[in-house]
Design a protein. Structure first.
Length: 398
């Protein structure tokens, strides 16, 4: 995450917006839900679907074999990984599941996680704890509201099997200190699973610097790819220690009547049937982001979000709820005497898109803060300062 960034010009921003049809339709501050696709992603998906319609789906896939291989290379380049460390999976949750459920947990093993952890992940911990007698330990936050790295270090013993952290939680602008956590994991020789669902595409990530063994992500959020796409990174030297929870003829070879052999690369976590047009669209989204530069995107998104937080903080009866020493493109807030749903729906009537972060998605954190829901406004590099001003005027008028 050390690459230099370059401030965008007005021409850059105008070009990004001209290549994003949705910018003409809506003020889109729901990029942490699903960002607006650039034209190149839409065109890639629609062209492949048209090819399937004209020559057949299997034949269209064969026709695009090299382009499909290139998707692995593009994602690997973005993460500073190797193509055989990448698996293409239908969404971030399933990618995370394929990694998590591949771990051979035994009674007494400990999972260390964060107070801000996402519901889907925590439900998986609870399931494994119930089945295998695994212990879940929630590491406390530090004074900034992020994972306390020293407390994590103090919690390490020979029973810790996994450190699993959400990099950017769903309920705020917090960026957990993933690199520092990676150092703790490496020193302890403990597996480290990073949920990067909301950080990939808005932060410049290097899996070597992060120190993670596994990383899951989606296409639809900050990468601006199609829905129904995601991927999993698994470090080469841990792949063969992880046995996927289910296999098919793509993930393994049937080598004899009573024998099979699992693939040696990360594609052991995939399955044969997939959304080919979506995979190609995901590759186009990654290439588009890389053409702008992830360091440039991170700088632009961070600056826009800081502007939005500062402006919201000046509005009477509005309280910004973000935590963290370092913050990203997600901005959460509430307004006195207005429900989150009322704010969301009133804004939508003005063609302004936001989403809601609710207790059900991050129960430990929200419950401790005595909160049930926040409005979540998430900006991207194609958003503008003028949109921030229009948004804040609309919030003030609610």
């Amino acid at each position: 995450m050390t690459a230099k960034s370059t401030a965008p010009s007005i021409q850059d921003i105008d070009r990004w917006r001209s290549q994003t049809k949705g910018c003409n339709e809506v003020l889109h501050f729901n990029n942490a839900g699903a960002a607006l696709m650039p034209d190149t992603v839409y065109d890639t998906v629609s062209q492949h679907l048209d090819l399937e319609r004209r020559i057949g789906a299997y034949e269209a896939s064969d026709n695009q074999a090299q382009s499909l291989q290139n998707v692995y290379t593009s994602i690997a380049n973005m993460l500073r990984a190797q193509p055989d460390e990448i698996a293409l999976i239908e969404n971030a949750t399933r990618a995370w599941d394929m990694a998590f459920y591949s771990i051979n947990f035994k009674p007494g093993d400990r999972i260390l996680t964060a107070k801000s952890e996402y519901a889907s992940n925590y439900i998986a911990y609870l399931q494994i704890a119930g089945k295998h007698g695994v212990q879940i330990e929630v590491i406390p936050d530090d004074e900034h509201g992020q994972v306390d790295v020293q407390a994590l270090k103090n919690a390490i013993d020979d029973r810790v099997k996994l450190i699993a952290i959400t990099h950017v939680p769903t309920q705020g602008g917090l960026i957990n200190p993933a690199e520092q956590i990676g150092k703790v994991a490496r020193e302890a020789g403990v597996l480290y699973l990073l949920d990067a669902c909301q950080s990939v595409g808005q932060l410049d990530l290097d899996v070597n610097a992060l120190g993670c063994d596994m990383l899951s992500a989606t296409g639809r959020k900050y990468l601006r790819g199609p829905r129904g796409t995601g991927f999993l990174y698994v470090k080469k030297d841990v792949i063969e220690s992880l046995e996927p929870p289910f296999l098919d003829l793509h993930a393994a070879d049937w080598t004899g009547p009573q024998e099979f052999a699992i693939r040696k690369d990360a594609r052991r976590f995939e399955n044969w049937e997939s959304y080919v047009a979506g995979k190609l669209g995901l590759g186009a989204a990654v290439d588009y982001a890389m053409s702008i530069g992830l360091a440039n995107i991170q700088s632009r998104v961070t600056d826009l979000a800081a502007t939005l937080r500062a402006r919201l903080s000046t509005i009477p009866h509005v309280t910004v709820k973000d935590k963290g020493a370092n913050k990203c493109g997600i901005v959460t807030f509430v307004k006195d005497n207005l429900s989150v749903d009322a704010i969301k729906m009133q804004l939508r009537t003005q063609k302004i898109n936001v989403s809601a972060s609710r207790m059900e998605s991050a129960r430990l954190d929200m419950q401790e803060r005595n909160e049930t829901a926040f409005v979540r406004a998430s900006v991207h590099y194609y958003n503008t300062e003028a949109e921030i001003e229009r948004f804040c005027e609309a919030v003030a008028a609610l």
